[in-house]
Design a protein around this ligand. Structure first.
Ligand SMILES: Nc1ncnc2c1ncn2[C@@H]1O[C@H](COP(=O)(O)OP(=O)(O)OP(=O)(O)O)[C@@H](O)[C@H]1O
Length: 343
């Protein structure tokens, strides 16, 4: 379990993390979401003892990172998959990690098997694809067989097969009873991966809840309704005191109406009383990205005068990613790459 209480980090005049409290439960995958600059990486670094909180604290299974006797047996992290020495083989890299962290060398073969790299373990890591590098990073995080795992943007840049593999692997780790905390910009992927969410904006907690409750709370009650007499249907709905928008024909189906702030019962009854035939009447569930925009709208950090919002390039909706973080190396005290103090 991870417990943050009043966690605060100030860099000069920037309050990167502001009185943040949340709990990450074992046995579940918890997504860590927030716009760029929200404070996710800073929070992860504080969990891993790479940054010192200005105030408050964060505990792993009740202890501060610094007080863990053999940290890698408690917590493993994948912060930057590319920090491996390019000329080392995967096996040599893991052996070095195991030895320098006083972990049993036999564990190297086990984790290679777990992530499916046994066949290629003798090849130099510099020649690995991004997907293989991510697997190697995960193997490293699992060396100490920790109960708590942190992943910072683990699916960034991966192809669909790689994304699916990571998703299923995380579910498996959680099913084994581990605490899995994963940050991602890929909201549609998080909706499939995470059962719980910790959502932050400008360093503060916006929401800690299950993924389904988060989407439901933000999307409100919207009903899609369709029938052969669409114009008449709209009149009846509006006369009934509800607001209806046109939903033109699309991949989702033929032209319909979208009724806001309504239940299917209410819309069905209005139509029924007017004697109108319906071909479709369905409650609409919002997407995680819609919920995210609604919940974080006011907390988005502005850069170069442009609001950092949600963009939808190929590969699915993502939060905008100017200046993609380099992340940080963590295993065996590797120096954080890119961010981290001092700057
Ligand atoms: N070492 C540092 N020195 C000064 N400011 C920093 C440092 N690290 C982070 N910040 C600032 O703290 C805030 C939070 O940054 P952080 O990287 O934690 O956010 P994030 O949610 O991980 O964003 P992203 O999604 O872009 O990685 C930002 O305003 C950032 O510029």
């Amino acid at each position: 379990m991870i417990e943050a209480r009043g966690l605060t980090k100030r860099y000069g005049r920037t309050l990167a993390v502001n009185d943040l409290s949340f709990t990450v439960q074992p046995g579940r995958v918890t997504g860590f979401l927030g716009p760029n600059g929200a404070g996710k990486s800073t929070t992860m670094r504080m969990i891993l003892g790479l940054d010192r909180p200005t105030a408050g604290d964060v505990r792993i299974d009740g202890k501060r990172y610094a007080d863990l006797k053999e940290p890698l047996r408690h917590v493993g992290a994948l912060l930057d998959a590319r920090w491996v020495h390019p000329n080392r083989s995967a096996r040599a890299h893991l052996r070095w990690l195991a030895v320098s962290n006083r972990l049993p060398e036999k564990r190297v073969g086990e984790v290679l098997e777990l992530v499916g790299l046994t066949q290629v373990a003798g090849r130099r890591a510099g020649g690995y694809s991004l997907g293989m590098s991510q697997r190697l990073g995960i193997a490293g995080a699992l060396l100490g067989d920790p109960g708590v795992l942190l992943f910072d943007e683990p699916v960034n840049g991966l192809d669909p097969e790689g994304i699916l593999w990571i998703r299923q692997f995380m579910h498996r780790l959680a099913a084994e009873g581990r605490t899995v905390f994963v940050s991602s910009h890929l909201l549609s992927e998080m909706a499939l991966t995470a059962q719980d969410l910790v959502v932050i904006g400008r360093g503060r907690l916006i929401s800690q809840t299950s993924t389904s409750a988060f989407i439901e709370a933000a999307s409100g009650s919207t009903v899609r309704v369709r029938g052969p007499e669409l114009g008449r249907l709209r009149e009846v709905i509006v006369a009934g005191g509800l607001a209806a928008d046109d939903a033109p024909a699309s991949d989702e189906g033929p032209a319909a109406l979208v009724v806001h702030g309504a239940t299917t019962d209410a819309v069905g009854e209005l139509a029924g009383r007017a004697g109108l035939v319906l071909h479709e009447l369905a409650a609409q569930r919002g997407s995680l990205e819609q919920a995210f925009i609604q919940m974080t709208g006011g907390d988005v950090e502005y850069r170069t005068g442009t609001p950092v919002g949600v963009a939808a390039p190929a590969g699915g909706p993502v939060m905008a990613v100017p200046g993609q973080p380099a992340g940080a190396g963590i295993l065996s005290g590797a120096a954080p790459a890119g961010k981290g103090e001092p700057r």
